[in-house]
Design a binder for this molecule. Structure first.
Ligand code: SAH
Ligand code: SF4
Length: 391
């Protein structure tokens, strides 16, 4: 197999235009929205204020109709409506699991589809969002990696996933009502489909919008970006987004990691760890989450646990053990509960938090790594997956 093949970034981002041709205001950063308003004749000395007003309507109140933006003059609202749209991805299906997990399939421009998962917990609610349709990487245990079609999501499509979930949860504030501080959607994880750091600018702009205090207003401590290890973009994530970082580690030797996470051939474990060491300082965040999927007989021995501890020595870390979520045709099995507990124990005794992630929404295939649009039929064969994994 060509070592460079799975780690190319040969995907397109479609222009930020809705299908009817008018540009979408959603997804524009504040400076970009300012430019867009000036381009339709808004006086420069008013543009910043107009951005603030429109921003609040869209991201604080959840308003999509220019006519409802009552602090803008009527003819200005008409002008906005003639020049812009405010559109979100369309929800195609919505499934609710026995445990309350919700999975949405949303359709974006070009007819592509991505999945979004909402996971309610007692003290918070986490939305797992996607950054790409499919993924160019081909991690051998990941269902998304078997999807052939790939395209980057626009910033509008990334932040739009948060907005459609808030619509479904009925979580936009009502004017005049007392402020409600309990958030159903309190956390974001970029752990859906795609490699967020292969779509850096769009993901960054979308997260800036989600963090903006005059809108959705989620703290950067409540946003976690998961990467398979795109080393050159890790420093940028720290300085330009500043969110929490999770890394799909999954193996303790390059030999095994090459097979599980092929991007390791380009940026091996030592390079990855170097990049991670600097992350907490630069982003002023606390701990890096090391995600570790437990695969029976592949990466789950006591020696692996001890090696893992040695490798991450000196990095403020939490290790998140993920029981492998099986999917039809997967070339691996989940490690036994006993094995996972033993592994967790070794890590815990070394002084690290080692939570075992409870699979959620299994009955609706909503668990991590199972996301793949149901209508995307083109898939690699079991043989091809095994071959690429060097099994
Ligand atoms: N591309 C990014 C983010 C999306 S994947 C990344 O790889 O980090 C989110 C997490 O789910 C990653 O840690 C990924 O390795 C893990 N994952 C993928 N397939 C899985 C599966 N079948 N079972 C359990 N975890 C899986
Ligand atoms: Fe892509 Fe992440 Fe799946 Fe790997 S684990 S194929 S990087 S989505």
């Amino acid at each position: 197999m060509d070592a460079k093949a799975p780690i190319t970034q040969d995907v397109l981002t479609i222009p930020r235009k809705a299908e009817d041709g008018l540009p979408n205001l959603i997804g524009l950063t504040r400076p970009a929205m300012r430019d867009a308003l000036i381009a339709i004749g808004t006086p420069e000395n008013q543009a910043k204020m107009r951005v603030g007003q429109i921003w609040q309507w869209i991201y604080h109140w959840g308003v999509r109709d220019f006519d409802l933006m009552t602090n803008l003059a009527k003819d200005y609202r008409t002008k906005l409506a003639e020049n812009f749209v405010i559109t979100l991805p369309e929800v195609v299906t919505r499934q609710v699991s026995e445990d309350g997990t919700r999975k949405y399939l949303v359709r974006i421009a070009g007819g592509h589809e991505v999945e979004v998962v909402y996971i309610p917990e007692t003290d918070r609610g986490t939305l797992c969002i996607s950054s790409q349709v499919g993924c160019t990487l081909t991690c051998s245990f990941c269902h998304t990696g078997t999807q052939k079609l790939v395209r980057n999501l626009t910033a509008a499509e990334v932040v739009g996933q948060i907005m459609v979930a808030r619509d479904d949860l009925g979580e936009w504030p009502t004017q005049g009502a007392p402020k409600n501080e309990t958030r159903l959607l309190s956390n974001i994880v970029l752990m859906g489909m795609g490699e967020p750091l292969y779509n850096f600018e769009n993901v960054r702009d979308a997260m800036k919008i989600a963090m903006d205090p005059e809108g959705i207003s989620l703290s950067r401590r409540r946003i976690t970006l998961s990467t398979s290890g795109v080393v050159p973009e890790i420093a940028r994530t720290a300085s330009e987004i500043g969110c929490q970082l999770a890394v799909s580690f999954h193996a303790t030797t390059d030999e095994v990691r090459d097979r599980l996470v092929p991007i390791n051939k380009r940026w091996p474990i030592a390079d990855l760890l170097d990049a991670l060491r600097d992350y907490p300082k630069v982003s002023n965040s606390e701990r890096i989450t090391f995600e570790y999927v437990m695969l029976d007989g592949v990466n789950d021995t006591d020696e692996d646990a001890h090696r893992l501890i040695k490798l991450i020595d000196g990095i403020p870390a939490k290790i998140n053990l993920i029981p492998f979520n099986e999917w039809p045709g997967a070339p691996y099995k989940r490690s036994s509960n006993n094995r996972i507990r033993k592994f967790a124990d070794i890590i815990y005794k070394a002084g690290y938090a080692s939570p075992i992630r409870t699979p959620r929404g299994e009955d609706i295939m909503a668990a991590c790594g199972q996301l793949k649009s149901a209508t995307e039929r083109a898939r690699k064969s079991r043989k091809q997956i095994a071959q690429e994994a060097g099994l």
